[in-house]
Design a protein around this ligand. Structure first.
Ligand code: G3P
Length: 337
């Protein structure tokens, strides 16, 4: 994995207050460096879209901001990445919404198994007052500012050595999951043995026989070349792969209004780019995976849906009634779409 520093960034100006013709802001006398840490490898769409954000922000801020992107989990990700945000480091973390669930457990409820059948349903959910309340809570209680919950990378299914059709087929299989209760409970309920580890460790873990497979999206399967290890893709579509973009409130408050605007606007553009490219790539990547010898399998969807139902009763730290509220919101969303 590499650190990508956008080529467009400019050196700080020598003369304080000097204007660069055509630039949006005067050339900066001080540069604020911000690290972006993510699990995605350079070939994955999320990393590609993030790289564009880095280049655009560094260019547009005229040297006052210098984002540096660290891909493939080179720097702390997941729980450790969130700790950097909570303690106020000059960081942006791009990782699973479930890691916000470690601080405000209801985030797990909005990303639970088999909740959504389209990206649009989830994207509409993130705009509801219910989710806005969660974002306000994590900011107030933990100093975490949620810039986005919308960096989708596809529905997650099973990549294993043998095909899976029913929950019985999952028996005895060690399946890697992110370090998250939501994922652990879901895979357990679906019949497998969840094994938590950061994604970058999975390639070797499969080869060493520590795990029998992983669960993830087509984007992950192709982008991380996991098809070199496992060739069976069973379409459980059990969870939506989606990243949050978070920054510390303290860091945000240090930025000028203009810097905040640049960051917000460019991350929004990056999210849209990631979404459009992901939608485009999914079919193409399915064909490329087939060309690599991967077989796709339909599963007994009803059996998996039923098996996963108990996951929604397992979290005693969720706000009482949250699941019912989510279902109500989802009904409204479906009626409107
Ligand atoms: O590169 C890893 C990414 O595609 C998926 O990571 O942890 O959500 O399974 P994770």
């Amino acid at each position: 994995a590499t650190s990508i520093v956008a080529c467009g960034s400019k050196e700080p100006a020598e003369t304080p207050g000097a204007e660069t013709p055509g630039a949006e802001t005067p050339a900066a006398t001080e540069t604020k460096e911000i690290t972006i840490s993510t699990k995605f490898v350079d070939d994955e769409q999320t990393a590609i879209s993030l790289k564009k954000v880095v280049e655009a922000v560094n260019e547009r801020s005229n040297g006052s901001l210098e984002l540096k992107l660290f891909t493939g989990g080179t720097l702390p990700i997941g729980k450790d990445g969130m700790e950097q945000i909570v303690k106020g480091s000059d960081w942006i973390l791009v990782d699973g919404v479930n890691f916000l669930g470690d601080y405000v457990p209801d985030y797990n409820a909005i990303t639970g198994p088999f909740l959504y059948t389209t990206f649009d349903e989830y994207l509409a959910m993130t705009k509801t007052p219910l989710v806005e309340e969660l974002n306000a809570k994590i900011e107030e209680d933990h100093g975490v500012k949620v810039m986005s919950l919308d960096w989708v990378f596809g529905f997650r299914s099973m990549m294993t050595k043998k095909p899976i059709k029913t929950p019985e087929d999952m028996k005895g299989l060690n399946i890697r999951v992110p370090t998250s209760q939501l994922y652990t409970y879901t895979i357990e309920a679906m019949g497998g043995n969840p094994v938590s580890m950061p994604y970058p460790d999975t390639y070797a873990a499969i080869q060493q026989g520590v795990i029998d497979g992983v669960e993830g999206s087509i984007m992950t399967y192709y982008g991380t070349q996991q098809y070199e290890n496992v060739k069976e893709y069973s379409l459980t579509n059990h969870l939506l792969g989606v990243s949050a973009v978070v920054i510390s409130d303290d860091l945000w408050a240090e930025l000028t209004e203009e810097q905040q605007t640049i960051l917000s606007e460019e991350f929004e553009k990056g999210m849209q780019d990631n979404l459009a490219e992901t939608i485009k790539a999914e079919d193409e990547f399915a064909d490329l995976l087939k060309a690599e010898g991967v077989s796709f399998h339909e599963v007994d969807a009803e059996a998996f849906l039923k098996a996963a139902e108990p996951v929604y009763t397992k979290f005693d730290n969720w706000t009482p009634g949250i699941y019912e509220r989510i279902l109500e919101e989802l009904e409204k969303i479906k009626a409107a779409q």
